[in-house]
Each structure stands twice: as C-alpha cells, then as structure tokens.
Write a new protein. Structure first.
Length: 279
C-alpha cells in the first residue's frame, strides 16, 4: 500500500461527466483532472461541451479533456457516445452522473402558481425525471455495464441535500404575494429525483458488488452563486455553519469518491451540506 496521497491518483483512468457544462459540472471535471484523470466532458449539445472544455482549459491548459455530445434521456445517444469512445480506444473507468434540471423558483401572477404541486405540469415532471433520473439509469446501464464486464469501475451519482430532506418552502415565499396558492415553491421534481438517485446508488452498489463496480452518491448543499440576498440570508439561518458552500468546495469529496481512497466504500451517500440536514 502506497502513501495516502497516492490513493487519490487517477492517472491513467478516464472519467465521463454528464451535464459537465453546468456550475458544478465544471467543478467535477476540474476535480478529476487535478487528480490526473482524462475527462470526457459531455453535455446535451457538442457546442455546450466544447464551451465547457474551453473554459476549463483557461484555468488548466494541460488538462486532458474530450468534448462529447450526449442526450442522457436517449438510450441510442448514450450508446452512440460509448461507441464513439470505443472507436478511439477510450474506456470509461469512472462515470459521474451529474446531468439534471434544477428549476429556478420565480414569482409569476396567476390563479395558481405552476410550481405548486396541485398545478405542476405533467410534461415538466416527465422531462425533469427523464434528465435527472432516467438519464442516470441509462448512463449507468451502458457505461456501468461495460465496467461490470471488465470487473472494475466507479459510478458517482450527484444527489443533493434535498435528496435527504424535503425542501423548506419558507425559503421561497414572496412577501408581496398575498394569496397562498400564488406563492412559488420548489417544485416536486427536484427532491424526488435526488431521492431516487440515492435509491439507484444503493441498488447498483449491491447489484454490481461482485463485479468490481463501486457506486456512491454525494449530496451537496446549496452553492453560493450570487443569489438574491434575502434568499441567502434565510437559507444560511438553516445551516449550522452559517453559510452556503463555495463553488469549489466539493472537489476533494469527488476526488475521494472516484479514487481508490474510497476503495472500501460503496452504496453510500456522502452528505456535505454545512450541517443543514442535522438540524
């Protein structure tokens, strides 16, 4: 056994991150390249993936990055991406299921706000479930299935503190809105999807335990991204550490979960929320 630091080394391994053009997606990619991995940077369109690669290259010019288009809601698209990589003799050792739709809570006039459960549109439910949960299943099915055949691999599902607790709808209340049914809320989909990802994590961890594939999840808390100051103040009162996370604060956890540093860990959900779920 080498020194502790060597167990975080991902040199010679290839990771694939879905939804890599987003706020945290870029951070996951950066974390993996810091540990020496080659990273396949994927997004819904090739232009988005290439833009993410360009942005990441500015901060880390020597990073080994590959832009690739994947529509995670389409099994054909996921399979095509896998075939494109195989044609280039690229084997995915690490899959990070990050793609998701995080609906923003906004106020809008109407008889009943469309974010509320009673009025939530079924097409929106289906779309968000398809991206955030079905997409993770399809990517695990294709890339994880290949890992299981080889007898080695790591899958990391990006869940959320709202996969552990329910949304506190008091955070989103608008004081100028007097009718309860017009108050915006965090929609039902996000929390359901993140709870589902944790369930998928446990299922796959046991399903592929004897095939050398480890599957874990991480549940980040809210990341500060210049949100409305009133919202930030309300949220930080719910967090024992008294602040939201910095955007790069999850990198070390991703490195841990994707490397041999966590070699005896599978089926677990690492909660990093500043203590919010403890209160």
């Amino acid at each position: 056994m080498g020194p502790p630091s060597s167990r975080y080394d991902l040199t010679g391994r290839t990771a694939l991150v879905t939804g890599a053009g987003g706020l945290l997606g870029k951070q996951h990619v950066a974390a993996l390249t810091e540990s020496g991995a080659r990273v396949v940077v994927t997004d819904l369109g090739l232009a988005q993936a290439e833009a993410a690669v360009a942005a990441l290259k500015q901060a880390s010019p020597l990073a080994d990055l590959i832009a690739l288009e994947i529509n995670v809601t389409s099994l054909d698209s996921v399979r095509a991406a896998n075939e494109q990589l195989a044609d280039r003799n690229i084997i995915v050792d690490i899959l990070v299921n990050n793609a998701a739709i995080d609906p923003k809570v906004t106020s809008a006039p109407g008889l009943m706000h469309s974010s509320r459960f009673e009025a939530f549109p079924v097409p929106q439910w289906q779309t968000e479930i398809a991206v955030g949960l079905t997409g993770a299943m399809l990517c695990a099915q294709v890339f994880g299935g290949e890992m299981a055949k080889r007898g080695r691999g790591v899958i990391l599902n990006i869940a959320s503190d709202l996969g552990v607790i329910a949304p506190d709808q008091r955070l989103y209340r608008q004081p100028q809105v007097t009718r309860e049914e017009e108050q915006p809320v965090k929609p039902v989909t996000y929390s359901v999807i993140k709870h589902g990802l944790i369930g998928l994590t446990k299922y796959l961890a046991t399903y592929w335990a004897d095939h050398g594939v480890r599957v874990n999840a991480i549940s980040p808390g809210g990341v500060f991204n210049n949100q409305d100051p009133a919202f930030v103040e309300r949220l930080t009162r719910l967090i024992p550490m008294g602040r939201m996370a910095d955007v790069d604060e999850y990198r070390a956890a991703v490195q841990f979960l994707c490397s041999d540093a966590s070699s005896y860990m599978t089926g677990q959900n690492l909660v990093m929320d500043g203590g919010r779920s403890v209160w």
